[in-house]
Write a protein that binds this ligand. Structure first.
Ligand code: ATP
Ligand code: LTN
Length: 354
């Protein structure tokens, strides 16, 4: 086993009796999750809540590290919550909350910033990529300190594992380093978390450019399947997906990235192995495969889309659910922060325990 990541089997066998804890979040930076977010992240979170003590949150504070529109952020935060719930997050099983509702995140982030070297932060690849794209004049310091806020998000809950995509692994590494550094300087405080690698983690590619991952920041929306899109839009995008030379439906990521992506999507949504699907489509044309993918994806997403919009009709109820989530989260985070404050030497205000 590698020291910085953990597989599911290792995670489950590492504990006797106590449910291991996992924590993750997705930024509310689009009006809808896309199929990659859903199949690559949310579906796994929903499974995880059965076996783990799960904490899921909406990192709205991370979403303002790039220029943003306030009305959009508020709306997208609610939409994200509604999609999590419609997609299967059960607030009785998981703790679901919004980052800015738990002030301990910002408070611990400051301490994490004071523990991080300037050079160390400068080496974070996401910062380097985004700042190169935006230009140094339009990049805020918040983008630079983003990984330290993420370390605080993680360490406040002492999770055993943090399920994230590849692009976030370096940030989880930093959280590990900071946890170890803090423990070393101030005494054992944090569990050193591991990134969670899933054997079956689906990676979904852009329908128009099947060598790039499906991403909300793609240059054209045509390669994206948004889970809140109308069924006819989804079907149209799948039917216009780029396919490859030849006519045979076979799986080969290098030679046939378009067809392989469609097979992988169908395999994940229909819970059927790619091998079985290839046999099923023997002698059939790409068009048949596209129809099957479109039908299966629409069937899977339609109830989620409907449920999301139903939930959004009652924002006050969503806000109440979030208030309960924040309360549960604070019950874990506040004592951890108090311990940290004491260990770094902050005085307790008169008459108050830290
Ligand atoms: P970006 O614009 O940064 O690419 P995104 O919406 O595509 O954004 P993130 O917000 O970075 O994705 O990721 C949220 C979660 O969704 C992460 O856990 C990530 O691994 C997962 N995810 C994103 N895109 C895909 C994809 N194409 N296939 C599988 N999982 C994905
Ligand atoms: N940076 C992550 C979102 C995120 C996160 C976290 C994920 C913020 N804080 C803590 C896991 C744990 C992203 O963009 N996907």
């Amino acid at each position: 086993m590698n020291h910085t990541t953990i597989t599911e089997d290792e995670l489950l066998s590492a504990h006797d009796g106590r449910a291991p804890r996992v924590l993750s979040g997705m930024q509310p930076s689009a009006d809808s999750l896309h199929l990659g977010n859903y199949l690559g992240a949310l579906v796994n979170w929903v499974k995880a809540q059965e076996d783990y003590d799960s904490f899921y949150f909406i990192p709205d504070m991370h979403a303002i590290t790039v220029p943003h529109d306030p009305a959009d952020l508020a709306e997208r935060t609610r939409r994200t919550v509604a999609q999590y719930i419609a997609g299967g997050i059960d607030i009785e099983k998981s703790t679901l909350f919004v980052q800015s509702h738990v002030p301990e995140h910002a408070q611990l982030a400051w301490i994490m910033m004071c523990l991080t070297g300037f050079g160390e932060a400068s080496r974070m690849t996401q910062f380097k990529d985004k700042s190169a794209k935006l230009g140094s004049d339009s990049v805020g310091v918040g983008l630079f300190t983003y990984p330290m806020l993420m370390a605080a998000d993680i360490l406040l809950y002492n999770p055993d594992a943090v399920p994230v995509g590849d692009d976030q692994k370096q940030h989880v590494e930093l959280a590990r380093d900071l946890a170890q550094r803090f423990n070393h300087r101030f005494g054992e405080t944090f569990i050193v978390p591991k990134g969670l690698i899933r054997k079956d983690g689906a990676r979904i590619y852009d329908l128009q450019d099947p060598t790039s991952k499906m991403s909300k920041s793609a240059s054209s929306p045509n390669g994206l399947i948004n889970i809140l899109d109308e069924p006819k839009v989804i079907a149209k995008r799948i039917k216009s997906a780029v396919t490859d030379a030849g006519t045979e439906v076979s799986y080969d990521r290098q030679e046939k990235p378009g067809v392989s992506n469609l097979l992988e999507i169908l395999s994940t949504v229909s819970d059927t192995s790619v091998e079985t699907l290839v046999k099923e489509f023997e002698g059939k044309m790409y068009g048949h495969l596209k129809v099957a993918v479109a039908d299966a994806v629409v069937e899977r997403l339609e109830p989620i889309r409907k449920r999301t919009f139903e939930l959004l009709e009652d924002p006050a109820e969503l806000d109440r659910l979030l208030a309960r989530g924040a309360e549960k989260a604070r019950a874990v985070a506040a004592p951890v922060l108090a311990d940290v404050y004491k260990k770094v030497g902050f005085l307790a205000p008169a008459g108050q325990a830290l």
